[in-house]
Each structure stands twice: as structure tokens, then as C-alpha cells.
Design a protein around this ligand. Structure first.
Ligand code: SF4
Length: 319
């Protein structure tokens, strides 16, 4: 059933974002949104690649140099190369992390170890280009390609933030479905996420639907693997105002016969005000939730689209 968060969801996080003094200069980069808001819902697993791989606090600052696809991690002044040390620690740590069942990771931006994208890589002429990935972040994404990842700086963008958190909740539910591992559990998962998928990517929604239709006929493991690839790819595509309006109108169709003329008019008006960016998504969603309960529309009540994450996170409150 749509969101019921009793237990906190395991989430990896760059340790300095929690306020831990692990940075090269002995400081931290405490992010209050992470600790004070997300902290109510996520159980953080802090990781500082530089300290965990054996470097001291404080330490000389580092940067990436050379080939952007396979850069070296070297200290700024003395030029000591820590790439191999970092890579061999990461290989072991990533295997250990498998048992933590992480459902997401929040990286510190711009770090040559933890930055997820647009990290500076210096060429032979010491000219930087913002095209790299931190050594650990790159290894993490390769080892756990399905786990949603985001950078702390980008979490301040409301659309990116909502998409990331929604993806984390989807991934958590997907893991539970995977643990069950039956064609029936896949059908149920897909059914309850139909409208969410439709908002993210109509093409993916249709392709995943076809896959699920064959759930009883083909090899179950193969279908689960294909489904999870398609699911997490779809979740990377951010919904738009237009795609949300499409889903809202689709939901309105379920009430065609039961709404009074006045209720119908009100719902149409609310969707229009959302379409014109005058009210946030939570406004039409609240009204539809209300009608779904009032008229006991069970298909809609079971849709995660109507409650994809805890209301307290206020992720749909921006116009
Ligand atoms: S950015 Fe990463 S490596 Fe640097 S201090 Fe933070 S957790 Fe450690």
C-alpha cells in the first residue's frame, strides 16, 4: 500500500555531509537538509573514501589529473599518487556494502573522491575541465548501477530532489518485490506503479507493461532483470508539468460516473491551475486522494503515484 515508512531506509552518504570532521583541512561540510530533514526517514551509512583508505586528517588536498575516463588521484603540491590505494580500498568496501542494502547514495559534490559528476580533471597543461567523476563515486556507480545516486548540491533543486527521493522509495519497494521473486509479486509491483511510470516515461511504461504481461511465460529471473533495468531507467527521466497533467486527467476518468457536476468542475479547475503553474502538484493530488477515498476507488488508492514518499518531506509543494 502507498507509503508507510516504519523503518528507516538505508542510504549511503559522504561522511563530511553529516558534519563529521573528515575533510582534508580537518573540517566538515554539514548539510542540514540531509541530517535534519532526510535524517528522519533514512538510516545513513557514512563513508569517507579518503579517510577509510588510510589517509590522515588533516591531509594534503588532492585532485584528478590525466585521462577523464580513468584519471589519477594525486596530491596538489607534492604530487603523491593515491589512485591505487583508493581503488583497492574501494573494491573491498563495495563488496562489504552489499550487505547494507543501500537504497540510495548522496555524494559530496566536486570532490576528486566522492564527486558524482562535473569534477575537475586537470590535463597535461594543468588546465581543469569539469568533466570527471570522483574515484569512489565512479566505482560505486559501476558496482551498484541500479541504486539511485545524487549529489548534495543538486538536492537543493526541488525537481531533482523529488526525483531522487522518489527513486529511492521505488528502489526500496523493488528490492522487497525482488526478495519475493514471484511473477505475482512483479505484477502487483507494476500495477501499483503504473501511474508513476506513466508520469516519468510513457514509452517505458508501455514496454514494462509488455514485459509483465509475459511474466508467467518466460524465465522469471530474466524478466526481473529486464524489468529492474527498465524501471530504474524510467525513474531517471523526470516527470514534466505536461506528463503530470496527463496522469491527473487519466485519474479523473475513474470518477466520471460518480462525481457531481460541481465536484467535476472543481477538479478540472484545480488541474488547470496546476497546468498554469499557479499551484503545486500536491493540490490536485490532495483533491484526487480525497475523491479516491470518498468513492472508494481502490485502483487509485493503491497507486504509489498518489503518495510516493512521506508528506512530511514536502516534495510536491513547489509550483
Ligand atoms: S568529500 Fe568524500 S573524501 Fe572528501 S571529506 Fe567528504 S566524504 Fe571524505
Amino acid at each position: 500500500m502507498p507509503v508507510n515508512v516504519q523503518e528507516k531506509i538505508p542510504m549511503g552518504v559522504s561522511s563530511c555531509l553529516l558534519g563529521n570532521k573528515v575533510r582534508y583541512d580537518g573540517g566538515h561540510k554539514h548539510d542540514r537538509y540531509v541530517t535534519e530533514t532526510l535524517g528522519h526517514f533514512f538510516d545513513f551509512v557514512p563513508i569517507c573514501p579518503e579517510v577509510e583508505c588510510g589517509l590522515p586528517i588533516p591531509r594534503e588536498a588532492m585532485r584528478l589529473i590525466g585521462d577523464p575516463d580513468d584519471p589519477r588521484l594525486v596530491t596538489n603540491k607534492t604530487g603523491i599518487d593515491h589512485t591505487d590505494k583508493m581503488k583497492s580500498w574501494a573494491a573491498k568496501r563495495l563488496v562489504e556494502l552489499e550487505k547494507d542494502n543501500l537504497c540510495g547514495f548522496i555524494f559530496k559534490n566536486r570532490s576528486p573522491s566522492s564527486g558524482m559528476e562535473r569534477v575537475k580533471v586537470y590535463d597535461d597543461n594543468k588546465i581543469p575541465q569539469n568533466i570527471g567523476e570522483g574515484i569512489f563515486a565512479r566505482a560505486f556507480k559501476k558496482h551498484f548501477p541500479l541504486i539511485p545516486t545524487e549529489e548534495e548540491g543538486r538536492l537543493h533543486d526541488v525537481l531533482l530532489r523529488e526525483n531522487f527521493i522518489e527513486s529511492v522509495f521505488v528502489y526500496k519497494r523493488w528490492r522487497e518485490t525482488l526478495a519475493e521473486g514471484t511473477p505475482g509479486s512483479l505484477v502487483q509491483f507494476h500495477t501499483q506503479h503504473k501511474l508513476m511510470l506513466l508520469a516519468h516515461c510513457e514509452k517505458c511504461f508501455r514496454e514494462l507493461g509488455k514485459l509483465v504481461a509475459d511474466a508467467g511465460k518466460l524465465d522469471t529471473q530474466e524478466i526481473f532483470e529486464k524489468y529492474q533495468q527498465g524501471l530504474m531507467e524510467a525513474m531517471k527521466i523526470k516527470p514534466t508539468f505536461k506528463s503530470h497533467v496527463n496522469v491527473l486527467q487519466h485519474m479523473m476518468g475513474f470518477f466520471k460516473k460518480v462525481l457531481s457536476a460541481d465536484e467535476k468542475k472543481e477538479l478540472i479547475e484545480v488541474i488547470e491551475t496546476y497546468r498554469n503553474h499557479f499551484v503545486p502538484l500536491i493540490v490536485p493530488i490532495t483533491l484526487i486522494n480525497h475523491y479516491a477515498r470518498k468513492y472508494n476507488e481502490t485502483y487509485l488508492l493503491n497507486q504509489y503515484y498518489l503518495k510516493p514518499h512521506p508528506t512530511e518531506l514536502k516534495l510536491r509543494n513547489h509550483a
